[in-house]
Design a protein. Structure first.
Length: 148
């Protein structure tokens, strides 16, 4: 009985540590994009990152963005840091320093036009996919765009 109680306390402490460690890196991302476009137009829409009160996202967090046609044809892949994304946004902010690292914590929405990230003009009809991933917190968004 005593061993079970000790094990439960250890598990509870581990869970508390995990929740405390992940607290403050939530972030919220939306991809505001029209799901249809036409040949000759640029990649539409915007990527919007919302930082809420209490969020803390490290400045060096990597972001991956890619555009593919169909399921196999990669058109463009781009990587950038959270700092580069925030700098391109409509409301750039300065990171705060804590524990010798820099973090973005200012609540607000930070929007970047997708055409600034991937400067692509549709040249063919078909189905395209825009993929967006932030690695910490782990957020992945995929949107299909039908080009006519």
């Amino acid at each position: 009985m005593k061993k079970v109680l000790v094990l439960m306390v250890i598990v509870a402490l581990a869970l508390i540590f995990v929740f405390l460690k992940s607290d403050g890196i939530t972030g919220n991302v939306a991809l505001e994009i029209q799901e249809s476009s036409s040949v000759g137009s640029q990649l539409p829409g915007s990527l919007v990152l919302t930082i809420e009160q209490g969020d803390s996202i490290e400045k060096s967090t990597p972001i991956l963005i890619s555009l593919t046609k169909g399921k196999k044809e990669v058109i463009e892949v781009k990587t950038l840091s959270m700092a580069e994304f925030i700098a391109l946004s409509d409301s750039p902010i300065t990171p705060v320093t804590k524990d010798s690292k820099e973090y973005f914590e200012t609540p607000g929405s930070y929007s970047v036009k997708t055409s600034l990230l991937i400067g692509y003009t549709f040249t063919e009809k078909g189905n395209y996919e825009l993929f967006f991933r932030i690695f910490d917190p782990d957020i992945t968004i995929r949107k299909e765009i039908s080009v006519k």
